[in-house]
Design a protein around this ligand. Structure first.
Ligand SMILES: [Zn+2]
Length: 102
């Protein structure tokens, strides 16, 4: 059993948490300008890196708050946790770069 460090409650058992997918996936600035392919990219496609990955987590059996975490997808180790809002500590994500150059 792994301990996950909630930013507000401290380390708790992983069974208290719910995974929320990739963090820092920005909502389209102009949703009406997107075609079906672009909507599919926004809704369904996520990065799948080997190594550090910014994710959303919820402490559902504790404070019930959402937070972000950087987790190593190889070792499952949580490298850092932080509240929702601050920028991605890994820098601009792949998806954000794709949208910026599209
Ligand atoms: Zn908590």
């Amino acid at each position: 059993m792994q301990l996950i460090p909630c930013p507000w409650c401290g380390p708790r058992e992983e069974t208290e948490f719910h995974y929320g997918g990739q963090a820092h996936v920005e909502h389209p600035a102009d949703p009406h300008a997107l075609d079906d392919e672009q909507w599919a990219q926004y809704v369904f496609f996520r990065d799948n890196p080997k190594g550090p990955f910014a994710e959303r987590w919820a402490h559902t059996a504790g404070c019930r708050r959402w937070f972000n975490a950087v987790r190593d997808t190889v070792s499952y180790e949580f490298l850092t946790v932080y509240p929702v809002g601050p920028p991605n500590p890994l820098g601009t994500g792949t998806r954000e770069r794709q949208e910026a150059t599209a």
